[in-house]
Ligand binder design. Structure first.
Ligand SMILES: [Cu+2]
Length: 260
């Protein structure tokens, strides 16, 4: 004989309890995601190796495009989530077909096309800021030769002949200077995040980049291309001086080649 098993029905009280448990779980999950994210983002803002704390025109243009892209992407993500939620929650109607087509053409072709075009134009203009100046203009020059795992620095325009250093660069503040980059062995990448973008040091090639430090100070750099076992131990330090102090700093350096 068949018997009917009573199915327990949740009471209003237990529903309320479940709702509170779920709310607590959501809050806990949000805190678990938000806390480390905010801590990580705080580290981006004012570190000595932070591209988001620009100290020169090239780095400033890179930081601007980072902010534009990051916040625009966040806004688009929120919009997409809202549209997806709306699509899930409402019943489809026959007149939706024309608006769906408009959404596909506008949101899928026109909008991303316009965004990519604007980013391309901005990116081309931003890369011009780092292009070396033409030969007619006198610009302070430093030759940097990358080695596994150190930087050989030659200050070509020191007053009484080239001055040599290891992992240390001295430049004037407030004016552009050129870094001429070569490599002795493998591909490295020269990067001082607060002053500008990266540039590769490639064996057999000379690459140049124009940088500027707006204020006197010390700016840290790294090798940004994996170049072997000690890649992470290849720090670099650039000091920007007032013009009157630069000569004295250069005179402290060696007149002959130095190695670590
Ligand atoms: Cu390297």
């Amino acid at each position: 004989m068949a018997t009917t098993v009573p199915v327990p029905v949740a009471s209003g009280c237990s529903n309320l309890l479940m709702g509170r448990v779920q709310q607590k779980a959501y809050r806990g999950a949000a805190a678990m995601v938000a806390t480390p994210t905010l801590a990580l983002l705080a580290g981006c803002a004012d570190g000595r190796l932070s591209a988001l704390a620009p100290a020169g025109p090239a780095a400033a243009s890179i930081a601007t495009i980072w902010h534009v892209m990051a916040w625009s992407a966040a806004a688009i993500l929120v919009l997409m989530i809202a549209l997806a939620a709306r699509a899930c929650l409402r019943r489809p109607r026959s007149e939706d077909r024309s608006s769906a087509r408009l959404l596909l053409v506008g949101g899928g072709l026109v909008f991303p096309g316009a965004v990519l075009l604007a980013l391309l134009v901005y990116g081309l203009r931003a890369s011009d800021i780092q292009a070396p100046l033409s030969n007619g203009q006198e610009v302070y020059r430093v030759h940097v030769q990358a080695h596994q795992w150190w930087w050989e620095v030659t200050h070509l325009d020191a007053p009484d002949g080239p001055r040599h250093a290891v992992n240390r660069i001295h430049v004037p503040a407030g004016v552009p200077f050129h870094i001429i980059l070569t490599s002795n062995d493998v591909i490295h990448s020269f990067w001082i995040p607060r002053l500008g973008g990266k540039i590769d040091a490639i064996p057999g090639r000379r690459n140049s980049i124009r940088l500027q430090a707006d204020e006197p100070g010390v700016y840290d750099g790294v090798c940004a291309e994996f170049c072997g076992a000690d890649h992470a131990n290849m720090p670099l330090q650039l000091t920007a001086h007032e013009e009157a102090d630069l000569v004295g700093a250069l005179q402290q350096l060696s007149l002959t080649r130095v190695t670590p």
